[in-house]
Write a protein that binds this ligand. Structure first.
Ligand SMILES: N[C@@H](CCC(=O)N[C@@H](CS)C(=O)NCC(=O)O)C(=O)O
Ligand SMILES: [Zn+2]
Length: 249
């Protein structure tokens, strides 16, 4: 969803990234939490228990494995790496020659989530920093009518990358799930987007406050679309396109 050209937008993304990183708090609660009849968050269950019973949205909830036990900061100097689908043999592999930016939790129904997770973790890279390096013949586009053409493995269903082919504020950026890499140093999640969208997928609206509270405990702001810097980038692109703002230099 997310054309300013990449050349134009990419430095902006890094500025935003740097600003967001200072908001990440330390000393996070260890959790797998229970959203139940009580409004309190319980830490009494293990992650294994939580994941094994998380099929009902209003019982045990895993936001995402990379969030449930606290956020591990990434590395500013991380150069990128390889992401693989979950097939036990002949996995599809993509290679990124840079770290992700705007990495965030997304609650929308379209982004790929690992089993049991309520949210996806998704970030962006310039499209020319991504290449398919193995078993690309297993890729298929999930929904050709979507703005983001999400390329998934036909066998295991994992989304490898999402690409925008039409005129769009985020044309030139590909969407990826860095958790599909074994390397460490990927940018940590910066915010939570499309939070209310989990309700469309069956999550109890009465419990959404607890989800937002948990994100805040983790130091992540929650939004029901994207973060203000990204919404501002979209609006500026639209303003330039409709002539209300001067064209980019
Ligand atoms: N409430 C909707 C929101 C979908 C949505 O707008 N997703 C955003 C965040 S990934 C987007 O950019 N969609 C464009 C697309 O999926 O092609 C849902 O959950 O399906
Ligand atoms: Zn999404």
């Amino acid at each position: 969803m997310f054309g300013v050209s990449v050349v134009e937008l990419w430095p902006f993304l890094f500025d935003v990234l740097a600003a967001c990183m200072v908001t990440i708090k330390t000393g996070l609660l260890p959790v797998c939490f229970h959203v139940g009849a009580s409004s309190s968050l319980s830490t009494s269950l293990t992650c294994e228990q939580q994941l094994s019973t998380s099929t009902s949205p209003d019982r045990m909830v895993s936001l995402h494995p990379l969030l449930d036990n606290g956020i591990t900061p990434g590395s500013d100097s991380f150069p990128g790496g390889t992401l693989k689908c979950l097939c036990p043999s002949s996995p599809v592999e993509i290679t990124l020659t840079t770290n992700v930016a705007h990495n965030h939790a997304c609650g929308c129904s379209k982004c790929w989530k690992p089993a049991g997770a309520l949210f996806s973790i998704v970030g962006v890279v310039p499209r020319d920093e991504l290449s398919v390096t193995a078993n690309g013949d297993k890729l298929t586009i999930v929904d050709e009518s979507a703005v983001i053409q999400r390329y998934a493995c036909k066998e295991c269903g994992t989304h490898l990358y999402g690409r925008i082919e039409k005129e769009h504020p985020f044309y030139g950026l590909d969407f990826v799930h860095a958790e599909l890499s074994e390397e460490e140093g990927w940018q940590e999640p910066q915010f939570a987007a499309f939070v209310s969208s989990v309700i469309e997928q069956g999550f109890d609206p009465a419990k959404i406050g607890e989800v937002r509270a948990r994100f805040r405990e983790l130091g992540l702001e929650t939004y029901d679309s994207l973060s203000p810097p990204l919404m501002d980038a979209i609006a500026a692109w639209t303003g330039r396109k409709n002539g209300k703002l001067p064209a980019a230099a």
